[in-house]
Write a protein that binds this ligand. Structure first.
Ligand code: BTN
Length: 249
């Protein structure tokens, strides 16, 4: 079934929703809406993104008809900012497990994987006026039936449908995802949220490389940082970026 304004309004009411068949980036539109006063929980959804953005300046592909691109507006307290991407990854992870995808996990910091391949990523962007936090846009991109065969991403990326062996409805997914995101948003600032994220990380205990550093991913802290133990016994704290896991994921 296709995404449409009518279907989204029908299923997501009373949530504030903007739907677009095609956008450059849902995060950009959500950021504008945030500045115009959108309520916490409002979402921007698009069928296709022409300039979808990923972490670390990367591009995020959202071709029409095959993905979910959603940006949720939140108005958290500044001290809860590190948990925003955790809540996104948790909601996506748990939605996938709810579908029956048992081999799902979170790769540090917030990539959601199925069978060690990335199915989803999150990009949180905060807006400040001086030192006052206006709010946050939590962008979530999910590969539903995007075909990566024959592309550079074939070994790294995966979609839900082929992993599950059946076609899922993107509106059903979105309804479930947002309900889970609401629940985790209610847990911002709690140890429960951090512990849940930590327990779903597949990176801990793995041999990882980060820049010139190779060691064991030993622990994470509530601010989201990862500590890597190198062969000389030293613990190195990493706050952002990506690690390469020994298994190539
Ligand atoms: C990553 O893993 O690099 C993060 C990807 C985030 C993609 C989503 S799709 C919806 C929202 N709009 C964007 O332009 N990016 C995020």
């Amino acid at each position: 079934m296709t995404l449409s304004e009518d279907r989204l309004q029908e299923r997501l009411t009373p949530r504030a929703v903007q739907f677009y068949p095609q956008v450059e980036s849902t995060n950009d539109l959500a950021m504008e809406w945030l500045h115009q006063g959108a309520v916490s929980g409002a979402v921007v959804v698009a069928d296709e993104q022409r300039k979808g953005r990923g972490r670390l300046g990367r591009t995020w592909h959202t071709p029409p008809g095959v993905s979910l691109a959603v940006s949720m507006i939140l108005r958290p307290r500044p001290e809860h900012l590190p948990q925003i991407t955790m809540l996104g990854a948790l909601a996506i992870h748990d939605m996938l497990v709810g579908l029956g995808l048992a081999t799902t996990g979170i790769k540090w910091p917030n990539d959601v994987h199925i069978n060690r391949r990335k199915v989803s990523g999150v990009l949180a962007e905060a807006a400040w006026t001086g030192d006052k936090l206006v709010g946050v846009v939590l962008g979530m991109g999910i590969n539903v039936r995007a075909d990566f065969s024959g592309s550079d991403l074939a070994q790294q990326a995966i979609s839900i449908d082929p992993a599950l062996g059946r076609a899922v409805d993107r509106v059903d997914l979105l309804v479930d995802l947002l309900a889970r995101a609401d629940v985790w948003a209610g847990q911002l600032g709690t140890k429960t949220l951090f512990t849940a994220w930590q327990s779903r990380l597949v990176t801990l205990g793995q041999t990882v490389t980060y820049g010139g550093l190779t060691g064991t991913a030993e622990l994470v802290t509530p601010d989201g940082a990862l500590s890597i133990r190198t062969g000389d016994g030293q613990l190195h704290r990493v706050i952002a970026g990506d690690v390469v896991v020994e298994d190539g994921s």
